[in-house]
Design a protein around this ligand. Structure first.
Ligand code: SF4
Ligand code: SF4
Length: 371
């Protein structure tokens, strides 16, 4: 017996697949499945998060609908994966609401914070809000640096704590392989697999999206998004070091490292999310968890808006539009932070944890075979 209907269905499919084993070369899910004879809830959540949703095992399956076995591994694991985010979320109460209304909640949060900053600045001094400010410290005319750092520090810290609690619960539930500790080699292997999105290639041919012709587009757009996000994060970290260690205040010149990294990352975060949204819109509905459409789309839209408002601020930062644009950008970033633990962002973290677990299992098996 399993905790939910979708885990019952995942168990049924994994039992069928374990007898068939036709797809064992496609990705990590099938070799991990073959190491088990029975599946606990934790095992199924592990397999669900190991799946990269390439769709290959649906296209290749001789038991997919209309066959009476009704085998649809990508969709079943997609639903199980989404339910696992809610099951492990901290605090639990927030997860369900966000799954249903992700995009609305994200936009309301972004506009509320933007309106608060806008109203705060307008009430304080309208000249500051609509004035033209240039040179070091120009951004902090709108909101003092300490107030900005406190507001975003608290939001960021909250996101980190909530994400850590969630992934800790996930890791405990999927269970560390007996006798194996997480080691550097397993971590490196997982980093490589995650960095290359190795298991999103349908066993080497590409990802299946709208039809049975595989392409690498989803992998490419994921890369734009992931590395764009990483560059923007690096830009923010370096700007923080500039501020506190070198006493250099933003905004910086276009050739300065935080701006160069932020611009490259921002371009990635414009191309990647648009591509992912387009691919999702075209995707064959038989592969998709339609019920969580809002949660999936919300995170992609918020990433796009973060980049769009950030790039607009870069272009018009020396004009009177700077104040309203900064308020809008800060609102979007704040919303992104506080909704991160309950949205699609967590799929990257849980999938990485599953890849670490998989690398550990493979190493444990190799050691066992070598003894
Ligand atoms: S998805 Fe279909 S073809 Fe692939 S292992 Fe499972 S039952 Fe076999
Ligand atoms: S990664 Fe692709 S082949 Fe593997 S289980 Fe998921 S959809 Fe199927």
């Amino acid at each position: 017996m399993h905790g939910t209907k979708i885990l019952e269905e995942a168990d049924r499919l994994m039992t069928v697949c374990n007898s068939c084993r036709y797809c064992e070369g496609l990705c990590a899910v099938f070799p991990a499945m073959e190491m088990r004879r029975a599946f606990s809830d934790g095992d199924l959540n592990y397999l669900a998060n190991l799946c990269h949703a390439c769709g290959a095992c649906y296209t290749d399956c001789q038991f997919s609908p209309p066959h009476e076995f009704n085998v649809n591994v990508p969709r079943t694991l997609a639903v199980a994966r989404a339910e696992s985010y809610s099951a492990y979320a901290w605090p639990r109460a927030f997860a369900g609401a966000f799954a249903r209304n992700g995009i609305v909640i994200s936009l309301v949060a972004a506009l509320s914070v933007a309106a608060f900053i806008f109203g705060f600045a307008a009430w304080h001094d309208r000249q500051v809000l609509f004035g033209t400010h240039t040179g070091p410290g120009a951004f902090y005319k709108l909101m003092p640096h300490n107030a900005m750092a406190a507001l975003f520090g608290v939001a960021f810290l909250y996101a980190i704590v909530a994400l850590t609690m969630g992934v800790r619960a996930f890791w405990r539930d999927i269970g560390e392989p007996v006798g194996m500790k997480t080691d550097a080699a397993a971590l490196l292997q997982a980093l490589r697999d995650a960095g290359e999105l190795r298991h999103l290639d349908g066993g080497g041919v590409g990802c299946f999206n709208e039809d049975d012709r595989p392409t690498d587009r989803r992998r490419l757009y994921h890369h734009f998004t992931f590395y764009g996000f990483a560059l923007c994060f690096a830009s923010t970290c370096i700007a923080t070091l500039y501020h506190y260690l070198l006493a250099r205040q933003a905004p910086y010149a276009w050739w300065d490292l935080p701006v160069v990294l932020g611009t490259l990352g921002g371009i990635g975060l414009l191309i990647g999310p648009i591509g992912l949204l387009t691919e999702r819109w075209k995707r064959d509905s038989v592969l998709v968890d339609e019920a969580r459409h809002g949660m999936d789309v919300a995170f992609i839209v918020m990433l796009f808006l973060t980049s769009l408002t950030g790039m607009a601020l870069l272009v018009w930062r020396e004009t009177a539009a700077m104040g309203p644009l900064l308020a809008l950008h800060l609102g979007v970033v704040f919303s992104l932070f506080i909704t991160m633990p309950y949205g699609k962002f967590v799929h990257g973290i849980y999938r990485f944890a599953a890849l670490v677990r998989y690398a550990m299992e493979r190493r444990a098996m190799a050691h066992g075979a070598g003894e």
